[in-house]
Design a protein around this ligand. Structure first.
Ligand code: AMP
Length: 207
């Protein structure tokens, strides 16, 4: 299953909740790339600069990292991949085109609020929001109990604007691409976390 949506539309949050509920592996390209950056290699440092500026990493690099992840999983929830038509064609040719595509549709104004309060667990990556979805027990991750949290480098307003621009230019055409291939299921991503999760579970059962 592929989740397509703007930054802050809830791809990562929903993928992680669904993965816990149904046992499909959650693969976040952003996390795969951040891990690569953390390795401290020269290539990793070059990626860090691109990501911190809110731009997309070159597709050939993402494709080769993602294919390694995909080949070790028979089914998964993809969050952040493919992000443009070039990557979608690579995915279809090298992995599978038996794909359920979900488009998380959301108003741009809501995205700013969602992103400005965002932080995640350093240990397990669970995503929270200080306004909308704080950990149940203050300062402690709901899933792994860790007390360490991190804020992403690219979540400031200026970088978010650049990410939105990249999203409109590169990722929006993907929705049309998959529509032509046989279907995209649109979900209203401005709803509550719980409502979106139950809609996604319903879609997974029905299709
Ligand atoms: P995300 O965590 O999905 O918001 O991704 C964070 C950043 O990682 C993006 O702003 C891009 O710089 C990079 N990135 C993530 N996925 C991709 C992709 N499929 N293609 C190119 N760059 C990506």
């Amino acid at each position: 299953m592929i989740l397509i949506g703007a930054p802050g539309s809830g791809k990562g949050t929903q993928a992680s909740v669904l993965s816990n509920k149904i046992g499909l592996k959650h693969i976040s390209t952003g996390d795969v790339l951040r891990k690569y950056v953390a390795s401290g290699t020269e290539e990793g440092n070059a990626l860090k600069d691109i990501m911190n500026r809110g731009m997309l990493v070159p597709s050939d690099m993402v494709n080769s990292l993602m294919i390694k992840e995909l080949k070790s999983n028979s089914g998964c929830i993809l969050d952040g991949y493919p992000r443009n038509v070039e990557q979608a064609k690579f995915l279809a040719a090298n992995y599978s085109d038996d794909i359920k595509v979900i488009y998380l549709d959301i108003d741009e104004k809501l995205l700013i609020q969602r992103i400005s309060g965002r932080f995640s667990c350093k240990q397990c990556g669970a995503i929270y929001n200080k306004f909308l979805n704080a950990p149940t027990k203050e300062g402690e991750c709901n899933f792994c109990g860790s007390k360490e949290f991190v804020v992403r480098n690219d979540d400031d307003t200026a970088t978010l604007m650049k990410r939105m621009e990249e999203y409109k230019k590169e990722t929006m055409p993907l929705v049309e691409y998959y529509k032509d291939k046989g279907g995209v299921i649109k979900v209203d991503a401005s709803e509550t976390l719980e409502k979106i999760t139950s809609e996604l579970l319903f879609i997974l059962k029905r299709h």
